[in-house]
Design a protein around this ligand. Structure first.
Ligand code: ZN
Length: 99
């Protein structure tokens, strides 16, 4: 994902969230950043692929590092990870069908 794509995703998510942090609800300012629920770690990218890991459904706009850390499912995401992966895969396959 390029820097321009990351920036566009942050803008898109922030807009969709009414410019509020997805975790604490504070106004998103200059420290706003993308937070991955399933982490963008080597193991996760290998297991699910970049399209899934960087999908809007796995990413939220947050106000800073502490909210970013809190959004992460971590390496043992359990059911939350399984459910989110199922939703993202369905969304991606629906998108492909429409093209
Ligand atoms: Zn926050």
């Amino acid at each position: 994902m390029s820097i321009a794509e990351k920036s566009a995703q942050l803008q898109r998510l922030a807009h969709a969230q009414g410019w509020r942090c997805a975790r604490c609800g504070r106004s998103l300012g200059a420290g706003a950043q993308r937070a991955h629920r399933i982490p963008q770690s080597v193991w996760a990218l290998k297991r699910y692929g970049a399209a899934v890991i960087h999908d809007d459904l796995n990413v939220a706009a947050v106000c800073g590092n502490s909210c970013n850390d809190a959004m992460s499912f971590g390496p043992a995401g359990g059911m939350r990870e399984k459910e989110l992966i199922a939703v993202i895969k369905k969304t991606l396959s629906d998108k492909r069908r429409k093209v």
